[in-house]
Design a protein around this ligand. Sequence first.
Ligand code: BT5
Length: 337
Amino acid sequence: MTGADPHGSPLRNTVTGQRILELFRARRDRPVSGEELSSLLAISRTAVWKHIKVLRDLGYRIEARPSQGYQLRAAPDLFIPTEIADGLNTRRIGGNLICYRQTASTNADAFRLAEEGAPDGTVVIADCQTSGKGRLGRSWESPAGVNLYCSVILRPGILPPQAFHLTFLSAVAVARAIEETTHLVPAIKWPNDLLLNGKKVAGLLNEMSAETERINFVILGIGVNLNMRVEQFPADLRYPATSLLLEGESVDRTAFARILLSSLDRLYDAYQHNGYEPVRKEWLARCGIVGCRVRVSVPSGDQTGIMEGIDENGALLLRRDNGTLERVYAGDVSPLK
Ligand code: BT5
């Protein structure tokens, strides 16, 4: 039996545990007796009790009523594959779902799994990361119990220079998921941030393994601040930050994860049929800084100008004050008043 392991092995329900949950849910508000569970599952009363204990260790709140039986009161606020998969209607993404209570970085896990041959669409999710990664060696604050940290393995049949398509696609997918779940409308900030009221609510870190002419795999790393509270943000963030909760919306994390995976799945499917152009259009329509005066920080220093859009390689087009048009391939952007 596999239960909650604090040392980092994946969280999952046993097949029997899952069947017990299904029986509880089918029965809705009435308890199911130990005797019934034992006969429906063809296991002993002691085995029933052991499975109930494993479910409770995972965080399921199961009440035992003397002479009546067991009743499910609440599922844990934790990512568990069977809970996410329940009602998940995707073609490709999430067919293989791995959830951890705690890990160093879901991107690092996904990268290792992809190297070991994990299939296209494999998803790694964690409740907490101890070394969450941002871009350029930066770190991502990943406290337990409040956010979503997720990495998706894709094996697209595209060339390495086109990999940025998937960065833009994932930003659009996160924006759609936030809109589907809340009343909030996020804006995308080049290259890969999502903002609510000018504050960062999600960040994306896409990594890949490629040869000159071939992508082996891409990892879409997605961190979304869902129910994070003010005191959980460090004081020294580069950019003002927020969470859905701080913007007035508390969300069910499992439901959000399911919606995000569906949103990614639909967009990825459409991308494979219709190509990048629709993604580019939607990204631009959602980009909060097109036409705005911005500062771009690059390793050689800061530049200011008007953001005119993105080019065919995903570079930011910056109209400098002297009229020249520059292409910025990597850096951080801040809107100027
Ligand atoms: C990013 O980097 O925005 C990419 C973040 C990607 C995180 C996901 S979580 C799942 C997957 N597994 C990983 O290990 N990573 C990915 P960047 O643009 O470099 O922003 C990083 C900067 O944002 C930091 O230097 C902080 O200033 C700030 N920051 C850190 N944690 C934050 C948070 N939770 N919310 C908002 N800002 C944060």
